[in-house]
Design a protein around this ligand. Structure first.
Ligand code: ADP
Ligand code: MG
Length: 249
């Protein structure tokens, strides 16, 4: 069963007098354990789609089912609990709390889980800082860390709650290309080892090529779904890949 099902979702925003159709009848099923890229140009609806999957925003119409729960008609409180226990977020701007150290940032969402003792929290923090290679930097604050290290803290924070789905909105957009590639490789290794589902957005072709599933989006509509097979993309819906895209991988 898919871990995320998006059925005929549309999202309109009001911008002054105008209505903007950010998503236009989007349907998508995400299987558990995939490493999926949502790829499209700026303004195509990537963030809107991720925010709706992550229960940060609600659709104007359509249905969203996350891990078997229909979230379409949930109250904000019910959504907060589902979000905290099922979904981890990674943002382009890292979104760490500046006054907290790396380890305190990773611990922060765990404070919302009363079933975890201080000892449980400490163990998780130590474990996930180790997973992202930041054991030595536990006491550092965000402004004492590089961009890549900050994003590693954000990855540890997203994993520490044992999220089933990690959503990453352009996680490499503020990193140089080498650091961005190492962050994507880290996410992919974690995906392979733990089976955590990763969904990330990007407008960068090199980044999208690291995924094993691809959703192309343009003007709020899905234009193609791709699957990687023997290092080449096979498009299962929408247009066939152009020659240069097929060669590039
Ligand atoms: P992307 O992440 O692919 O750059 P977005 O999902 O942010 O695209 O935006 C899709 C469209 O919706 C754009 O036209 C954008 O201007 C519009 N949009 C997004 N959020 C809002 C908002 N809160 N209010 C008005 N328009 C918005
Ligand atoms: Mg965006």
């Amino acid at each position: 069963m898919p871990i995320v099902q998006v059925e005929h979702v549309s999202k309109q925003f009001r911008l002054g007098e105008q209505m903007v159709l950010a998503l236009d009848d989007v349907s998508l099923a995400i299987e558990p354990g995939v490493f999926l890229a949502i790829a499209g140009p700026s303004g195509s609806g990537k963030s809107t789609l991720l925010n709706i999957i992550g229960c940060i925003d609600t659709p104007s119409s359509g249905q969203v089912v996350i891990d078997g729960h229909d979230v379409s008609n949930r109250t904000p409180d019910q959504l907060a609990d589902l979000r905290a226990r099922t979904i981890g977020f990674i943002f382009q701007t890292f979104n760490l709390l500046p006054v907290l150290s790396a380890e305190e940032n990773v611990e922060y969402p765990l404070l919302q889980m009363p079933e975890l003792s201080k000892k449980d929290r400490d163990e998780r923090v130590r474990h996930y800082l180790g997973v992202v290679g930041l054991t030595q930097y536990a006491k550092h604050r965000p402004n004492q860390l590089s961009g890549g290290q900050r994003q590693r803290v954000a990855i540890a924070r997203a994993l520490a709650t044992h999220s089933k789905i990690v959503l990453a909105d352009e996680p490499t957009a503020n990193l140089d290309s080498k650091t961005g590639t190492s962050i994507l490789k880290l996410m992919r290794d974690i995906n392979r080892e733990s089976g955590t589902t990763f969904v990330f957005s990007t407008h960068d072709r090199k980044v999208m090529n690291m995924a094993d599933r691809l959703v192309r989006i343009a003007d709020g509509r899905i234009t193609a779904l791709g699957m990687k097979s023997e290092d080449r993309w096979v498009f299962v819906q929408g247009r066939a890949p152009r020659e240069d895209e097929a060669r590039e991988i």
